[in-house]
Ligand binder design. Structure first.
Ligand SMILES: *Cc1c(COP(=O)(O)O)cnc(C)c1O
Length: 386
């Protein structure tokens, strides 16, 4: 049996894989078992921030592997402490809880909001308001937070205490806050899985003001949009708001599993010993890799992200076979006339890997994708959409 056949027989059938076995890569190029090359416009769903086998990241990771690969959280390690410090210094947040994934980062944020509200207002203040069409993860509780009914159907009952309201409808949110004993509001500023839709700036500011006025914990899910992806370090920074909790994962570790929940002033001391934990969270190898990523997301890099974004918008806006382009930075959705899955399949045939999100073709290239590769990939995507 070849690898595709073995995978189909022995790996649980939760993933509809593209017909490509990736055996290696370099930067924004990956290759398959036959040596065929593809331009990578998905970066493992926004994870390999500086591409495949990025040398600086690789050195940071392998150096750390040569020292100690895991200690548990019973001991201090330098990468974990230094990464927490760097995250706080770059955002103004006060403390960090490390985990291994976006879902876990969000679980921690929900715990923080509920503990805060319970202590401050009473145990019945536990509702978390989220937005319709959001995506917050695959655990039962983060699925409960996810405002898409289709994710709930097979796994009832969901965790109680979640209410979702239409994104962009401030009156609906205000009503939900007045009708529920609310602990937190959780949202993505750019809905990723929901179709790469950036929320309106005025709306986001209104939500932040409402949260502040009612002492509600405002949680921004930056799992996909964070770590430079939107053209700012975190997407909320494009909106001029000041969240209480920020969660991130995907691009933070550059390819190794790492989730982070950043706690702002309101909740910085909400957790005591034993309130949360993770065996692998803050793993020194993952954190060493993340330090090499985060330290390079500076103003010059972000300027490059915005410039590359402009190239994408200018090339694909109004292209034949497209109906619209959305998103921010290098997190982009292209609505195509033909089904997105068909366009993506055609792209693969012609040597470009991209993703879908709802009815869009989704592009999440590495933050440092070279301009020539980007332009070449866009040509192939444009042709596939025609
Ligand atoms: C991917 C994603 C998650 C879930 O992250 P996992 O690492 O798969 O658990 C949560 N929120 C958003 C916005 C995401 O894009």
């Amino acid at each position: 049996m070849n690898i595709k056949e073995i995978d189909k027989e022995f790996v649980a059938g939760t993933y509809k894989r593209f017909p490509v076995e990736i055996t290696g890569g370099k930067g924004s190029i990956v290759w398959d078992e036959t040596g065929r090359e593809y331009i990578d416009m998905g970066s493992g769903i926004g994870v390999t921030s500086f591409g495949i086998a990025d040398e600086e990241w690789q050195k940071a990771v392998t150096d750390q592997i040569g020292k100690v690969q895991h200690t548990s959280n019973l001991y201090y390690t330098s990468p974990c402490a230094l990464l927490a410090k760097m995250l706080c210094e770059k955002t103004g947040m006060k403390k960090v809880f490390f985990s291994n994934s976006g879902a876990e980062a969000n679980e921690c944020a929900i715990k923080a909001a509920r503990k805060y509200a319970s202590e401050k207002k009473g145990e019945d203040y536990f509702t978390i308001i989220t937005l319709v069409n959001s995506f917050h993860g695959r655990t039962i509780t983060t699925l409960s937070a996810t405002g898409q009914d289709k994710f709930h159907e097979l796994f009832q009952p969901m965790t109680p205490g979640f209410v979702s309201v239409p994104a962009g409808d401030f009156e609906a949110l205000k009503k939900a806050v007045s009708e529920n004993k609310t602990a937190g509001i959780m949202m993505e500023c750019i809905q990723g899985e929901g179709g790469v839709i950036a929320l309106d700036e005025g709306y986001v500011k209104q939500v932040a003001d409402l949260a502040k006025a009612n002492d509600i914990v405002l949680i921004i899910d930056e799992v996909q949009s964070g770590n430079g992806r939107s053209g700012a370090l975190y997407s909320y920074m494009n909106y001029g708001i000041d969240p209480d909790v920020v969660t991130t994962a995907k691009g933070l570790g550059g390819g190794l599993p790492l989730g982070a929940t950043l706690l702002g002033e309101k909740v910085e001391n909400i957790f005591s010993f034993g309130d949360n934990g993770s065996t692998f969270g803050g793993n020194p190898v993952c954190c060493a890799g993340a330090l090499s990523i985060l330290s390079r997301i500076d103003s010059a890099l972000l300027e490059g992200v915005r410039r590359k974004s402009k190239i994408i918008f200018e090339t694909l806006a109004g292209a034949p076979g497209t109906e619209g382009i959305s998103g921010m930075g290098l997190m982009i959705g292209v609505k195509t006339v033909r089904p997105a899955a068909e366009v993506v399949a055609k792209c693969i045939e012609n040597g470009v890997l991209c993703l879908t999100a709802k009815d869009k073709v989704r592009l999440l290239p590495a933050l440092n994708i070279p301009d020539d590769l980007l332009i070449k990939a866009l040509g192939i995507i444009k042709k596939a959409a025609e």
